[in-house]
Design a protein around this ligand. Structure first.
Ligand code: FAD
Length: 401
């Protein structure tokens, strides 16, 4: 166990789960991650291993077959997985958000139907807010659902679905017509639909097409797709929570826990970059000594380790706040913002320590260098985090004069 990023006050069960996940990462993920990433290959064997470990049901309550663990346990597991390969944490992340949304907002029937299968990893979740013309501005969604008897008919184009092809359940946010007269505020006229589909690409259901994988600079292995709905019929009992008009709030709740998750991924990637940098700095010699003995490189290592430590502390604080039942939007926004920025900086420093070799695909840092930028964007960009943090601060520190 490294000296950095330790978490105090964990229970025996949490420690046991974490050491099992860490061992799995060291043995089953790190040795194959870079090869699989370069081939953009889906890590099926790793996913099967995660299923066996019960990670798909980590936070799903025990009554539904999950492990009933806290957000903190989940985030610490994600940190370990991202230390091995960020894409693996991405496979778990959207599944976790959808399971969380069903647990928090689903009807009893939806919980009983979906959660046990999700805990077993038989149903795997993706979530879809973004469209080609919008990501940050969710209120501008144009995909829509129109009521038709016992069904809704969905039309529109969605963008950037992580696990869009491999998932079998997508939580899709659209505008809905029912009970929302013209002029209703956008966030009160949105509905989340639970769309079950077969895994795969092409027209997977009448009216539902997953065109293919988007070719990305990093974050490979995990599939990211578009989703096109053209007269897709979904029964009314697949409206999340059974009532239309609540989708925006449900999704924002999901994204809030997702932010802790992205912060944890930033922590994991930064830790790995530090490990690679500190090892390389002791092996590479220039001017007659290991580069780690040059003060400029030592300073870099000191800065990197301090950032790893600070990001971890903020991520743990945000997770614990949510677990205590308190509102954590401020802490989650801060943790996501800081961890993703620090991750990019630590990876950049580790890359520089590698000199020319960092540019070679033979070295793991090359992969991390292409992966870190995704964390600056997913679950809300830095600008969006700062908007959330700023608004919340003004609520807390309202001028009393
Ligand atoms: C690999 C990958 C996976 C993804 N997975 C998913 C997924 O599973 N589900 C999903 O729904 N989405 C997903 N997304 C989409 C992601 O959430 C969006 O890309 C992100 O929210 C940013 O939206 P955008 O790309 O439309 O950028 P825009 O919203 O167009 O923003 C462009 C730039 O303008 C800035 N900006 C925007 N508004 C403001 C403002 N008011 N003030 C100041 N600056 C502003 C932004 O910060 C950014 O720098 C994924 C994206 C990627 C790249």
């Amino acid at each position: 166990m490294s000296r950095l990023a330790r978490t105090h006050g964990l229970t025996d069960v949490q420690q046991e789960i974490l050491s099992t996940v860490r061992e799995f990462v060291d043995k089953e993920i790190i040795p194959v991650a870079t090869q699989l990433e370069h081939r953009d290959e889906y890590p099926q064997a790793i996913v099967d291993g995660l299923k066996e470990l019960g990670l798909f049901g980590l936070m799903i309550p025990e009554e539904y077959g999950g492990l009933g663990e806290s957000l903190l346990t989940y985030a610490l597991c994600v940190e370990e997985l991202a230390r091995g390969w960020m894409s693996v944490s991405g496979i778990i992340n959207t599944h976790f958000i959808v399971a969380y949304m069903i647990k928090q907002h689903g009807t009893d029937e939806q919980k009983e139907y979906f959660l046990p299968r999700m805990a077993a990893g038989e149903i795997r979740g993706a979530f879809s807010m973004s469209e080609p013309a919008l990501g940050s501005d969710v209120s501008a969604i144009t995909s829509k659902a129109v009521r038709d008897g016992e069904d809704f008919v969905l039309t529109g184009q969605k963008m950037w679905l992580t696990n869009g092809g491999t998932s079998t359940l997508v939580a899709v946010l659209v505008k809905s017509d029912e009970g929302h007269p013209e002029g209703t505020a956008p966030h009160r006229s949105m509905t989340t639909f639970l769309v079950e589909k077969p895994a795969g690409f092409g027209e997977v259901l009448p009216g539902l097409t997953i065109p293919g994988k988007i070719d990305k600079m990093g974050y490979k292995g995990v599939d990211t797709t578009e989703l096109i709905m053209d007269g897709l019929r979904i029964p009314a009992n697949r409206v999340l929570g059974g009532k239309t008009g609540r989708g925006f709030y449900q999704m924002m709740d999901g994204v809030e826990v997702g932010r802790v998750n992205v912060a944890a991924r930033g922590c994991g990637v930064a830790q790995r970059a530090f490990e690679l940098g500190v090892q390389y700095a002791q092996q590479r010699h220039t001017f007659g000594k290991p580069i780690a003995q040059h003060q400029a490189i030592q300073f870099k290592l000191a800065e990197m380790a301090t950032k790893v430590e600070a990001a971890h502390a903020m991520m743990v604080n945000a997770a614990r706040k949510k677990d205590s039942g308190e509102r954590n939007d401020l802490e989650a926004g801060m943790a996501k913002y800081l961890a993703s920025e620090y991750c990019k900086e630590v990876v950049e420093d580790a890359f520089r320590i590698h000199g020319g070799y960092g540019f070679s695909k033979e070295y793991e840092i090359e992969r991390l260098y292409r992966e870190a930028p995704m964390l600056l964007i997913g679950e809300g960009t830095a600008e969006i985090q700062k908007m959330i943090i700023g608004r919340r601060l003004l609520e807390e520190y309202r001028f009393q004069g």
